[in-house]
Design a protein around this ligand. Structure first.
Ligand code: ZN
Ligand code: ZN
Length: 355
């Protein structure tokens, strides 16, 4: 136990925090407020954001997350106490951190692929749907930031999803005389549209299924929005591209049928980024003619690296992105189940949870 731990971090204090017991079962439990050990930071959560990944995890579990366990990974807050040896933060600082950081010396970290680190999911900062969250030492050291006064908590809390988008944007060509099509109209696609614009994409399209979200996509910089319920999406993309198809297609949904659709929208020689994670065990059918004779580049994109986290943080602080329109609701901690229900019914984009 740290000598500097005080206040709520003193042993014996309790807090409320959601646990995901099993898919479908979320429980608000009372737990002891953790006391930060050496190198750790304890933060009081000021705001947490719901995330599509959390909704999927709640519905069907997750390939990488431990269930049962604490839940919620997008947040911003204030440092309550720090463990011994923490020099970068002190009690009272506003803080944001990602839920993971790479170990720095596994086979993948040594190859520079820190997003694929073998130990990424072993010691996470989870429990953003709660009153306090403990940030482990390796995350404090690499993926945590002090929030400047002019950056609101809600904006700062976009760090993790935006870092994923920045990493994904590094994997494809966006700049110049290209048509880039995002399949999906959720928060990830709405961030991607803006990042593509900033990186100089000439034409940006969004394929979705919700008029209201497509309207937001247009406001945030999409030239063309296609409602997949009313249109033949392939024809619509062809019409936009002299019959060729999109140069770059980014799948932002995470369903196997949408992965297949994404492949169908790419032009000859085009590239497809599969950004949305599908249910464990799912598979897709590939038209081998398209991959071979049309020379498609198909690739996955996952997670983030400390470098993409740092660049996402700079983007957040610069104010270059409109992130607030992606938060549709604001509720109390005990209203979390209802927030997920609204997301499931596609009535909410992201929900801000204020403990
Ligand atoms: Zn997330
Ligand atoms: Zn590693």
């Amino acid at each position: 136990m740290s000598e500097r731990a005080e206040g709520a971090a003193a042993s014996g204090a309790t807090m409320r925090v959601y646990h995901l017991i099993r898919p479908g079962e979320l429980r608000l439990e009372t737990a002891e407020v953790p006391v930060p050990a050496d190198g750790e930071v304890l933060a009081r959560v000021a705001v947490a954001l719901t995330c599509g990944t959390d909704l999927k995890t709640l519905e069907r579990g997750h390939a990488r997350l431990k269930v049962p366990g604490r839940f919620g990974h997008e947040w911003a807050g204030r440092v309550e106490a720090v463990g011994a040896g923490v020099l970068s933060f002190q009690a009272g600082d506003r803080i944001v951190a990602t839920p993971t950081a790479p170990c720095g010396d596994c086979a993948y970290c040594l190859r520079g692929a820190e997003n694929l680190c073998l130990h990424l999911f072993e010691h996470m900062a989870l429990g953003a749907y709660g009153e306090y969250i403990l940030v482990p030492r390796h995350i404090v050291n690499r993926n945590a930031f002090r929030i400047p006064d002019d950056v609101p908590d809600v904006r700062a809390a976009f760090l993790e999803p935006l870092a994923c988008v920045v990493h994904g944007a590094d994997l494809v060509r966006l700049a110049g005389d290209r048509t880039v099509v995002f399949v999906g109209d959720g928060p990830v696609a709405l961030m991607f549209v803006q990042v593509a614009r900033l990186r100089g994409a000439d034409r940006v399209g969004v394929v979705g299924r919700h008029a209201q979200r497509l309207e937001v996509a247009r406001d945030l910089g999409a030239d063309l929005v296609i409602d997949g319920r009313e249109n033949d999406v392939r024809e619509a993309v062809a019409a936009l591209t002299d019959g060729l198809g999109a140069d770059t297609v980014v799948e932002c949904v995470g369903r196997s049928e949408v992965w297949e659709q994404a492949v169908a929208l790419a032009r000859r020689g085009g590239e497809v980024l599969f950004f949305g994670g599908c249910e464990t065990g799912s598979a897709v059918r590939l038209d081998t003619d398209r991959v071979h004779y049309d020379e498609l580049t198909l690739r996955g994109g996952f997670h983030y690296t400390p470098d993409s986290v740092r660049r996402a943080w700079e983007l957040i602080c610069s104010g270059a992105l409109k992130l607030e329109p992606l938060v549709s609701d604001r509720v109390r901690l005990d209203e979390l189940p209802g927030a997920f229900e609204r997301m499931r019914r596609l009535e909410a984009l992201k929900v801000a949870i204020v403990p």
